[in-house]
Design a protein around this ligand. Structure first.
Ligand code: ZN
Length: 284
């Protein structure tokens, strides 16, 4: 099953058609996409028993994040060995670094992003998981049952402020406006042959800069959810960025960052792609 946020309304997707959930359910489910995760099991069984709903062709430009206002956003750093190396850090062995992207930076799959003045804005394509059932001290073996679905994420990162100061600080440097694209829709885990082995890629102006597979994650989705939920209860609708494969701009020689006019495409095979263009501060 695929769901999306179309003009701030929850829709079920059927190919290139969208079914408005609030209308099709006669108001049983709220139009607000963020609220569906609170009743995820009930929603899934309703959606499964209503297969012949009429859909309408939709304009992809109207898509927003399928989880637009998560209570919590978690992000995992250094979760692919080759990326840890290119970033100049040790590979984490017992626990990965965890930070947040403040929820106000979450945005949809397409559009313009303003480059912070004087900054070095970098790309990080990532698999994103959205929580469907509250998870508290969940073992890895049961973790997938707490996931509503998967989306493509882009963990945009401003490296100058990330690496300034006495210690790297990740959260603020990764939370400029629209630095958290998620989408283009949410795909439930049962849609994949193996949700632990998905192919990611990222390109700048058509040149592939990142490619990887989530089977190479040091801590896969189940291990991440076990690690996080041992400390913090994960709430329905929370968003988890799982880490980026190698090929970020900071790791190339010489370092390369996004410039005004660049187009960034971030994709996960079996889900879809995000497409963003960058504009200089003052132009956006
Ligand atoms: Zn990241």
């Amino acid at each position: 099953m695929r769901i999306a946020n179309l003009d701030d309304r929850l829709v079920l997707l059927d190919g290139n058609r969208a079914i408005d959930v609030a209308k099709a359910s006669d108001g049983r489910f709220d139009a607000d996409p963020q609220r569906v995760y609170e009743r995820w099991a009930e929603f899934r069984s309703w959606a499964a028993s209503a297969p012949d709903l009429p859909g309408e062709l939709f304009d992809p430009a109207a898509l927003g994040s399928p989880a637009p206002r998560p209570a919590q956003v978690f992000a995992i750093g250094l979760n692919y060995a080759e990326h840890a190396r290119e970033a100049g850090f040790e590979t984490p062995d017992t626990a990965p670094p965890v930070f947040t992207k403040f929820p106000a930076c979450i945005t949809g799959p397409y559009g313009e992003v303003v480059l912070p003045a004087g900054g070095h804005t970098d790309w990080e394509v990532e698999l994103v998981a959205v929580i469907g059932h509250r998870a508290e001290r969940v073992p890895a073996a049961r973790a997938w049952s707490h996931v509503a679905g998967l989306a493509v994420g882009q963990d945009l990162s401003e490296r100058a402020s990330q690496l300034a100061g006495p210690a790297p600080q990740f959260s603020l440097a990764k939370s400029f406006p629209r630095f958290g694209p998620v989408g283009p829709w949410l795909v439930t885990p049962d849609e994949f042959d193996d949700p632990d082995d998905l192919e990611l890629s990222c390109s700048v102006n058509g040149e592939v800069v990142q490619s990887g597979r989530t089977s190479r994650l040091l801590f896969g989705v189940p291990a991440i959810l076990e690690h996080l939920s041992a400390v913090v209860p994960l709430l329905p609708g929370d968003v988890v960025f799982t880490g980026t494969p190698p090929g970020v701009g900071m790791g190339s020689t010489p370092p390369r960052y996004l410039a005004a006019g660049d187009e960034l495409v971030s994709s996960v095979t079996g889900i879809g792609e995000l497409r963003h263009t960058f504009v200089a501060a003052g132009e956006g």
